[in-house]
Design a binder for this molecule. Sequence first.
Ligand SMILES: [Zn+2]
Length: 448
Amino acid sequence: MIVDLVLVNAKAYYNKQIVDCALAIENGEIFKIGKETQMPSADERIDLKNLLLLPGLIDAHVHLRDEGKAYKEDFYTGTAAAAAGGVTTVLDMPNNDPVTMSATSLRNRMHLAEKKALVNIGFYSEFPNSLEQIEAIAAQGAVAFKLFMAAQIGSLNLKDDKSLVEAFRKVAKTGLPIAVHAEDQASINLNVQALKLAKRDDLKAFLQAHSEQAELKAIERGLKIAEDAEARLHVCHVTTKNGLDTITEAKRSGQKVTCEVTPHHLLLSQTDFERTGAMLTVMPPLRNSHNIEALQEGVSNGNVDIVTSDHAPHTIDEKSARSIWEVKVGFPGLETTLPLLLTMVRAHRLSLDTLVRLVAEKPAEIFNLKDRGRLGRGWKADILVVDFKHKFKIQASDFHSKAKFSPFDGWEVQGRPVKTFVNGKLVMDEQKIVARPGSGSIIGSQHA
Ligand SMILES: [Zn+2]
């Protein structure tokens, strides 16, 4: 037989080892991994010159914007940024314009994305106006539901635990997880009110408003609600030691809960925020070294399940608003996550095993993407080629994202994504997009 593509002279991460091998791809899937001499004939052959082959990244926390917020990012630019960063699947958050919170808004988003996407996209939904719609949203192919506990985005009454339990129970029946942005809205509102009365408008005021206690309170509450509803909970971007310890304890007692951290919460501190300014404004905010150390330990020991970018593009104007209370939160991350993590591997602060688990294997597990996140026969050919020796400076002005700024701009890193294959197709080559819009697939959860 003649397969579509054979990659030769690869050093692939396969069965938890790095093996010299070749890899055959047929019909978007990995057909064979083995010696070059065992490979079938192929329409195309690519010599990887001993570069490292990893499963493509699955970034489970991405804001692709588009529709009403396309001026910040659209499906094409966002997925181009993903491909450039070695990310082959992104999961899109629902706080869009319109908010993704019905089968119709989800379907419209899928149709628009289908034409523009360069990598695979799955979609979160917020909670709909009527809980009766939860089933239809799941049937339409949402990968998870999202609850912003810090601000009113979906239709749930954030003050009413009973109705939250009821909503979570409905989602539990669909088999999908519920991801929460865990910051307590009531605490934040009280803090902001007091700070504004005191005419505070500085960076420290933002940190005080988004206190560590606000995170802990929301995590404890989210865990309790999920437990009562027998729902599977995923806590987004944990930033505090207390928060992580609380989640770890719940896991030990048998609760179905997972959590993520972002590279910025791992590598940047509130001191960086106060020194650099409003561009580093993010929710939850950057924390002190005590918390950062706990997150880093959690990443190494497995208490942290996954790493996500929380890619949150904005315009420069939105990041430089006059009042800290008006500054949009977040920054782009799709093009920096992998080089930052590979640099940690280089510095022996992370093993390659752990990296692959955090950004490919485990996110696939949590979000029921059953045939992605690993290199192996029969798995989707979502493949990333890395030049582990390549040292370079992160240059935000070169980003494929519309948001050409980054807290990591100018950082010296080592390990560059040089090729990205999505469903067996070369999408990014040497940081250039080489595929047509629409090459990525729209994917749904594959829960039983
Ligand atoms: Zn986010």
